[in-house]
Design a protein around this ligand. Structure first.
Ligand code: IDP
Ligand code: MG
Length: 149
């Protein structure tokens, strides 16, 4: 099983898209094992996006992600990291495949609604940034049998 950190970014919250975004992830079969409503402060934003420090869009990215509350989630499932990325769509919504969250609800890379971890090491780093171990729940035994064969 893999885990991925998802952020429903400020634009998605402001536009009333928390429900539709969670619905798509939930209906896909990903299991939510952590979820909270927070306002990311600048130090946390800088740590989360440290890999982008120095890029031209970095200051705007930090302003964007700290501008208003977000939902952070941890989802779990087989190949969850790749499945989340494919469900979100390409970083640039104009290039995202129709049917993906970013394509269906957004237009611009600077307002692309949602974050998903891009690999196992990134996921572990990001989950630890936003969640303590005791904030993640266990669904119990055999809860995957309706999703995976
Ligand atoms: P990802 O979110 O699909 O992993 P990254 O390349 O890691 O994409 O970029 C992180 C975030 O930075 C993007 O989701 C987007 O919000 C923002 N971003 C990336 N490239 C640009 C850009 O060229 N202009 C403005 N914002 C950008
Ligand atoms: Mg990324």
């Amino acid at each position: 099983m893999e885990r991925s950190l998802i952020i429903i970014k400020p634009d998605a919250v402001q536009r009333g898209l928390i429900g539709p975004i969670i619905t798509r992830l939930e209906w896909r079969g990903l299991k939510i094992v952590g979820m909270k409503f927070i306002h990311i402060d600048e130090p946390l934003a800088r740590r989360h996006y440290a890999v982008h420090e120095g890029k031209p869009f970095f200051p705007g990215l930090i302003r964007y992600i700290t501008s208003a509350p977000v939902i952070v989630l941890v989802v779990e499932g087989r190949k969850a990291i790749e499945i989340v990325r494919r469900t979100l769509g390409a970083t640039r919504p104009a290039e995202a495949a129709p049917g993906t969250i970013r394509a269906d609800f957004s237009l611009e890379v600077g307002r692309n609604l949602v974050h998903g971890s891009d690999g196992p090491e990134t996921a572990a780093f990001e989950i630890a940034l936003f969640f303590d171990d005791d904030e993640l729940v266990s669904w119990g035994r055999d809860t995957d049998r309706w999703i995976f064969e």
